[in-house]
Every structure is written in C-alpha cells, then in structure tokens.
Design a protein around this ligand. Structure first.
Ligand code: NAD
Ligand code: DAU
Length: 361
C-alpha cells in the first residue's frame, strides 16, 4: 500500500486524479490536502466520503506545522502537488496569491518532504515527489515548433513565472539534496469539474444560457488541448516509471485556435438542442449560438501559441493520449449539461464578482 498525499485534490485536475487513482489503485491510501479556495470543491470527491482509505484535510500547503504533522502521522510515501492558483487572468489582476501558494507553498512542501525522507541523507526507494506543472513556463511559440523538455524557460504571466519558480525549486531540491522529484509540464486540460472561468467551460455555460462569448483579441491564439483523463494516466505513469530528477512534457498533439474551439462548442450545443426538445426547452435560443461570439480586449501579454512535443513520455514510459478531441469535447459538453447544479452553485457566488471585475478593466 502506498500512502499518497495529493495536494489541490479538490480542484479540477486534482479531483479527476484522485478518482482515477481510487479506481486504478484501490489498495493505495489517499490523503487529500486542499485549502478549498474559490477553485476547490468537495462535491467533486463526494463519492469517496465513506472510503476508509481516503482522508480529506483542509489546509494550506504553505503551513509547515500542518505538513510536518501529515508527513509524520500518515508516513507519506508519495506527494503529487496539484495545489496552485491556476488562472492566468487572476494572476494579472492580483499576483500575490500566486507567489504565496505556487512558490512559497511548493517550497514548504519540499522542505517537509526533505525533513521527513532524507533523515539519513538518502531517501528510501519508495519515496517520490511529483510536481504538476505547465507548458506555460516555456513562454510563447511562433507559427512553428514545439516545446521540448530542454526548451529554455521564458514565462510571460505572473502565473507562469510562479510555476517556473516552483519548477526550479523542485529541480534544485533534487540536485542539492537528492530529493526524488519528478516534474510534468502539461498543456491545456479540459473535461469534467473544470472551474467555469477557463475557456471551455465558460463558453459551454454561456452558450447554453445565450450569453456573450468573450473571445480575447483576434481569437487566433493557439492552445494544445488534452482531455483531463489522459493527463491523469500520464501522471500515474510517471509515478510508476519516471526517472527521479527528470521532467516530462505531456500534451495532446491537438492544437486549436481559440475561435475554432468556441465555434465548435456552439455547433455541438446547437446540434444537441435541435435533436432534444427537453434541452432546447431548458435553454431556449433562436438562431445560431455562434452569433453570441464577441471579440473583446486582449489579455495583457497573451501568449500566442503553445504546442507540446510529448515524445519523451511516449518513447521512454509508453504513455500516449487515448481520447480523441472529437469524443472528449462532446463528452465535456454533455457533462456540463448533465451537471447543471454543480456549475450553477459556482456561478451564483464569488465567481460572479471576479467576472465583473475582469470585464471592467
Ligand atoms: P484548480 O484551480 O482547478 O485547482 C487548484 C486546487 O488547489 C483547488 O482545489 C484549490 O483549493 C487548491 N489550492 C489552492 N491554493 C492552495 C493552497 N495554498 N494550499 C492547498 N490547496 C490549495 O487548478 P487545476 O486546473 O486543477 O490545476 C492543477 C495543477 O495543474 C496546477 O498546479 C496547475 O498549475 C497545473 N496545470 C493545470 C493545467 C490546466 O489546463 N488546468 C495544465 C497544466 C498544468
Ligand atoms: O497551458 C496550460 C495552462 O492552461 C495551465 O497551466 C493553466 O492553469 C490553465 O488555466 C490554462 O491556461 P490558459 O490561459 O491557456 O487557459 P484559459 O482557459 O484561461 O484560456 C485559454 C485560451 O482562451 C487563452 O488563449 C485565452 C483565451 N480566452 C480565455 C477566456 C477565459 C478567451 O479568449 N476568452 C476567455 O473568456
């Protein structure tokens, strides 16, 4: 039995990963540490509430004393660090929380692991610290080319800079202290439980409700989209087969211009509504939902293009994405249609305030 500490496990990718691990490795003990910021949602994990091999702890990854108690009390073997402030627009409006959680929080976690695991100078074989990072640390690409693991870091937003900083700390703890670390740098994820401030869920919900679809700039920025379930299997694979000290790029080989994704979401919803009277009745709309698209002021410092070369994890560890975008995006639209109470709870609260603020800038 492995004792796995999953930080940020109540967020989008973290909760998908917890559910994946529970079904793929039922023998493992899972401890979720999450501060439950606006982005954390315990509803995502409610199916585990009676599981004796699962424990939820509300707390901050920056809290040294709490971390020491968890490492000692639970005898942690593996850390998977998802906990972060994750939204680029929020980092532009207020970078402080990004510095606190993404940099100082990761530092505290590394210190807790170092103190607990390196008592005799060398970590036991079964210990692993996997840091979940992003392709945004590499900066922006032109029309051609891909990010590889050796691409120099060139972060452009406060979010990307804070993640780059945490990646460097993780690397340094391996180089200096021999902490058994692994880092994954992944492209844009989509799928169930994604907070509706991010492009795809925001567009699905607004298109359903007949609200404006705000596309930044000319809409031609490119992102490489990966279904969240594929990201979870990539992390699971790196945990079991990855080489300590190594970094692995994870991506979908699936580049899309933002405007094309938004148009596709509109078409899928129009098509579903045309064939489903109940859906059309719940979300009445005349005409094509594409007419809701509005080009708005661009995001400051908006990176033009991200594209991941995930050749290393494919060749060395045998992972590859399993979901086609065609299936993943349809399943995702379907998930938001079927889980209206999940997102209605969210958009009626604090998120609305943020939304107003963002569009008044
Ligand atoms: P999210 O915002 O949905 O979830 C973040 C979670 O971390 C939330 O549950 C939140 O409550 C928790 N959290 C925040 N601050 C905390 C703190 N100080 N202590 C403990 N918990 C805290 O984020 P996500 O999209 O699921 O991203 C998860 C990780 O994956 C992040 O590290 C992000 O940088 C990385 N990542 C995300 C994507 C993506 O497309 N979403 C792609 C690549 C990498
Ligand atoms: O690349 C990985 C990163 O992907 C992760 O590290 C981040 O945590 C995650 O949030 C995501 O960052 P992006 O900035 O790429 O995601 P977002 O969904 O915010 O935006 C995707 C693209 O869509 C981006 O080019 C900006 C654009 N956009 C976004 C929103 C919210 C719009 O045009 N309109 C919008 O309303």
């Amino acid at each position: 039995m492995r004792r796995i500490l999953i930080t940020g496990g109540a967020g989008f990718i973290g909760s998908n990963f917890v559910l994946h691990m529970r079904s793929a490795h039922p023998e493992d003990r899972i401890i979720v540490l999450d501060k439950l910021t606006y982005a954390g949602n315990l509803d995502n994990l409610k199916s585990l509430s009676n599981d004796p091999n699962y424990r939820f702890i509300r707390g901050d990854i920056g809290d040294f004393n709490l971390l020491e108690d968890i490492f000692t009390g639970e005898d942690i073997d593996i850390v998977v660090n998802f906990a972060a402030e994750s939204h680029v627009d929020r980092s532009i409006l207020g970078p402080k929380a990004f510095i606190e959680t993404n940099i100082l929080g990761t530092f505290a976690l590394l210190e807790a692991a170092r103190k607990s695991w390196l008592k005799d100078g060398k970590a036991p074989e079964d210990k692993k610290f996997l840091h979940v990072s992003t392709d945004e640390v590499y900066g922006s690409l032109g029309e051609t080319g891909f990010f590889v693991e050796t691409t120099p870091y060139s972060p452009n937003s406060p979010y990307a800079a804070s993640k780059a900083s945490s990646d460097h700390l993780v690397r340094a703890y391996h180089h200096t202290y021999g902490l058994p670390v692994l880092t994954t740098n992944c492209s844009n994820n989509y799928g169930p439980f994604q907070f509706p401030e991010k492009l795809i869920p925001l567009m699905i919900i607004n298109a359903l409700k007949g609200k404006p679809l705000p596309v930044y700039g000319d809409g031609k920025n490119v992102r490489d989209w990966l279904y969240v379930g594929d990201h979870c299997t990539a992390i699971d694979t790196v945990l079991s087969k990855g080489r300590p000290g190594e970094t692995y790029n994870v991506g979908g080989r699936n580049e899309w211009k933002n405007i094309d994704i938004v148009s596709l979401v509109c078409d899928i919803i129009d098509e579903k509504a045309a064939g489903d009277k109940k859906l059309a009745g719940s979300y009445p709309f005349n005409g094509k939902r594409k007419s809701l698209i509005e080009f708005v002021k661009d995001r400051p410092g908006h990176d033009r293009r991200y594209a991941i070369d995930c050749g290393r994890i494919e060749r060395e560890l045998g992972w590859s994405p399993k979901f086609t975008f065609e299936k993943g995006i349809r399943d995702t639209v379907e998930w938001y249609i079927n889980n209206r109470p999940w997102w209605e709870g969210i958009i009626s609260g604090e998120y609305l305030e943020y939304y107003k603020l963002q569009y008044s800038r």
